[in-house]
Design a protein around this ligand. Structure first.
Ligand SMILES: Nc1nc2c(c(=O)[nH]1)N[C@H]1C(S)=C(S)[C@@H](COP(=O)(O)O)O[C@H]1N2
Ligand SMILES: [Mo]
Length: 397
């Protein structure tokens, strides 16, 4: 949790080749996924200068937590996660095809899409691997700490409207979403699967706008999926092909990646493929964005503890704060901005009673009765880390 631990883990990660072999992933994970020591010396990425570079190319950019301080995350602050290189898509030539188990295959231009009813939805997007750096023992993959999460107002069309125009046959049970990005080396094409029920939800959209601007290239221009409440990898960017299918996709990104053990496993063990199921909805989680970890505050002077809590398809019901290592908890005030699938801001005013080192902890609860755990549920890919958040604060006279 604290940075010395993180750097120790990171140096350990160099030895992770073995774990990669055990998981059969060495061919698929380029070296960059393992070698993620902060490359802050590297050139900044245009339009994303404030972000932490976890990988410069393809771009994996994390938002520093102290910048996650508004309900809507501005486009220049929003995290970026790519498995492959971002393609340059010409929006004039670009087409979205809808094929497979449909009565009327479609090939739609951006203008065609814009003729459908427009819908706008504020949705929190989080990478399934956010917090992976805190897994113990460490796991291979981008070593995200806390900032692979953000909230944007997505503008576009309902996927259900597009599917209605194509006429899904009764045999159509799964959608395969494919983007225009090109795989690197032997890495399989990035194709993700969404079950028809979720695809038809009025809250599943194809977005061409992000926070009122045309969707930026790094976020999937000209079109991306937004699968509200589900982990980020469903939100396929540069989307250009939807295949409606009668059976499950057997590609790497569905059959092998983004899977979580169906039962609790001993940390560090390999898990048989038959004991893994797809990750879908996000779990209950919170993030303290102020004060910053390591900050110094004054005893007796009010300090605002603030941050966000989210729970995927569920709603946040409360956020509790502890200032005594988890012995007692007090409710934080929840912000007025709220929407389904969207994080909720929390605030708590604290007057540090005395000089010393304090751990500020935040623990969210949702309306499904889920509460953030004390210990992570270890899993081989380091997904869905949601331990009670904490920052250490130094109180001075
Ligand atoms: N085509 C394509 N879509 C993609 C990805 C990708 O590599 N290729 N990465 C996914 C992952 S893992 C996440 S977490 C989100 C991140 O979205 P963002 O970069 O807009 O924050 O995009 C998803 N969509
Ligand atoms: Mo992700």
């Amino acid at each position: 949790m604290e940075s010395n631990t993180t750097s120790r883990r990171r140096s350990f990660l160099r030895g992770l080749g073995q774990a990669g072999v055990a998981l059969g992933l060495t061919q698929l994970l380029p070296l960059r996924s393992i070698k993620t020591v902060a490359q802050n010396a590297a050139a900044k990425i245009a339009g994303k200068e404030k972000l932490i570079i976890r990988s410069a190319r393809p771009e994996d950019l994390e938002t520093p937590v102290e910048l996650l301080n508004s309900w809507i995350t501005p486009n220049d602050t929003f995290y970026v996660r790519h498995h492959m290189y971002a393609p340059d898509v010409n929006p004039i030539e670009w087409k979205l095809t809808v094929e497979g188990e449909v009565n009327k295959p479609l090939s739609l231009s951006l203008d065609d899409l814009k003729k459908l009813p427009k819908t706008t939805l504020t949705v929190t997007l989080e990478c399934a691997g956010n917090g992976r750096a805190f897994m113990d023992p460490p796991v291979a993959g981008v070593q995200w700490e806390k900032g692979a999460v953000g909230t944007a107002k997505w503008g576009g069309v309902r996927l259900a409207d597009v599917l209605k125009a194509a006429g899904v046959k009764p045999t159509g049970k799964f959608l395969y979403l494919n983007g225009a990005d090109i795989s690197i080396g032997k890495m399989p094409d990035f194709i993700r699967q969404v079950p028809i029920e979720k695809a038809l939800s009025p809250d599943t959209i194809l977005a061409y706008e992000m926070n009122g601007e045309p969707l930026p290239k790094l976020h999937g221009a000209p079109l991306r999926a937004v699968i509200s409440g589900w982990e980020g990898a469903y939100a396929v960017k540069w989307l250009n092909q939807i295949t409606v299918a009668d059976k499950e996709n057997d590609g790497f990104w569905v059959k092998t990646a983004y899977r979580f053990p169906t039962k609790r496993v001993a940390p560090g063990t390999a898990v048989d493929a038959k004991d893994m199921a797809p990750v879908a909805g996000l779990v209950v989680k919170s993030l303290i964005s102020a004060p910053k970890d390591g900050a110094t505050v004054k005893a007796g002077t009010p300090v605002i503890i603030s941050g966000f809590a989210w729970a995927g398809e569920a709603n946040i019901t409360k956020v509790d704060i502890s200032l005594d290592n988890g012995q007692t908890w007090q409710a934080a005030k929840l912000g007025k901005d709220q929407a389904k699938y969207t994080w909720r801001q929390f605030e708590f005013e604290w007057k540090a009673p005395e000089v010393g080192s304090f751990l500020v902890m935040a623990r969210a609860t949702d309306d499904k009765g889920r509460m953030q755990p004390v210990v992570a549920t270890w899993n081989p890919s380091g997904y869905l880390y949601n331990v009670i958040d904490r920052v250490r604060v130094n109180v001075e006279a």
